[in-house]
Design a protein around this ligand. Structure first.
Ligand SMILES: Cc1cc2nc3c(=O)[nH]c(=O)nc-3n(C[C@H](O)[C@H](O)[C@H](O)COP(=O)(O)O)c2cc1C
Length: 358
């Protein structure tokens, strides 16, 4: 890895140089027409700041917490299946970076090393995200094992009852390791997931439950009523249902429905510190950055993930200071308004210099 990346641009560029076409497309791509992928960015690019002036910003406070775990910045690293194809150290490298920098990792059940190996190698708070590949007894066993291994939260991804059609992968005949698991008959258990599954987990296990994939107020309310501990707004980075709203546009109604009763996490297209600030303004407690941290992993392993987080922190601090806001708790929707994006939005539109020879 270059001595020190000084911008997120360089990290993305290095990732592209390091990855094969198959792995690059698996990482940046989405489902069907990739409209959901583009909309995530279009939504973020459509909010502009209404900064305030003449506030003392000499003392900045950008830390946060989720489920009792302190976070250096209001960011978590969401589950990335097959993360080992981006860097052989896979989920363990992400775990190391999360611990070193001070954010929380949500570890996918379809990556290597697996949840128990990662917990043994890198102890610390962590959330385990599970795809159901067995019956209730199988699921209960997984949750218990995750608790025994020290996981501090359990995440069900509710937007993947079927695995989508990722046409970039299909066209090349590329099947990521997690994709081959998804095409096994065991993955059909995902289709059986329901609110009864949520009720069962809440009744049986004393571990905070995250529901990932919430898009509308009705489901957010239902989560809170069911005792869910974190409502996570996501369209899976545009990799599952195509033609959804941008997650940043689904966020305000979900945050209003949750009304502060439990934390709200959002992801989908968040690539820069300014994007994180927009999510916080619109009601998220924490923002998850998926592709960004996987790109950093591809660019330079654990070290580059830490560097990416340092750069995101720098951008968050600078954005907030220039908005006249010194604390995360100062952020509110009145600091944003809608405006037409200045350029076409796409998965990497947060990095406009990529093709300009830098
Ligand atoms: C390569 C890749 C693999 C993913 N694997 C999983 C997974 O195993 N489980 C899951 O819940 N979400 C998975 N996701 C979705 C992410 O957790 C997250 O919702 C998404 O990446 C957020 O959008 P962003 O990449 O634009 O930040 C994956 C995303 C990517 C890019």
């Amino acid at each position: 890895m270059p001595a020190k990346f000084s911008t997120l641009h360089e990290i993305v560029k290095q990732a592209q140089a390091n990855l094969t076409r198959e792995h690059w497309d698996y990482l940046v791509g989405g489902s069907d027409t990739e409209a959901s992928v583009r909309r995530n960015r279009h939504g973020l690019d459509s909010w502009v700041f209404r900064p305030r002036i003449l506030n003392d910003v000499s003392q900045m406070e950008v830390s946060a917490s989720l489920l009792g775990t302190p976070l250096a910045i209001p960011v978590v690293l969401p589950p990335i299946g097959s993360v080992q194809v981006f860097n052989a150290a896979g989920a363990q490298a992400v775990a190391q970076a999360a611990r070193e920098f001070g954010v929380l990792q949500i570890l996918s059940s379809v990556c290597t090393p697996d949840f128990e190996e990662v917990a043994a190698a890198v102890p610390g708070p962590r959330i385990y995200q599970l795809y159901l590949m067995g019956d209730q007894t199988w699921m209960d066993d997984r949750i218990q094992r995750a608790m025994d291994a020290g996981y501090t939260g359990f995440c069900l991804t509710a937007d993947t009852q079927n695995y989508s059609r990722r046409e970039r992968d299909i066209l090349k005949g590329f099947v990521p390791p997690s994709g081959s698991q998804a095409s096994s008959p065991a993955f059909n258990y995902q289709t059986t997931m329901s609110w009864d599954t949520v009720a069962h987990i809440k009744q049986r296990f004393d571990i905070p439950l995250v529901i990932k994939g919430v898009n509308v107020a009705e489901d957010a309310v239902r989560c809170v009523e069911a005792g869910v501990d974190v409502v996570y707004v996501s369209n899976h980075g545009g990799r599952q249902l195509d033609h959804t709203r941008a997650c940043i546009d689904a966020l305000p109604e979900v945050a209003a429905a949750v009304d502060g009763r439990v934390p709200v996490v959002v992801d989908g297209g968040f690539m820069r510190g300014a994007d994180v600030v927009k999510g916080l303004c619109l009601g998220a407690d924490v923002v998850a950055m998926g592709r960004l941290h996987a790109l950093a992993l591809a660019a330079g392993g654990s070290e580059a993930v830490v560097r990416a987080l340092e750069l995101v922190e720098r951008e968050i601090r600078l954005t907030m200071a220039l908005m006249g806001m010194s604390r995360v708790s100062d952020l509110h929707p009145g600091l944003l308004e809608r405006s037409e994006p200045t350029a076409p939005s796409h998965v990497l539109s947060a990095f406009p210099f990529l093709d300009q020879g830098y």
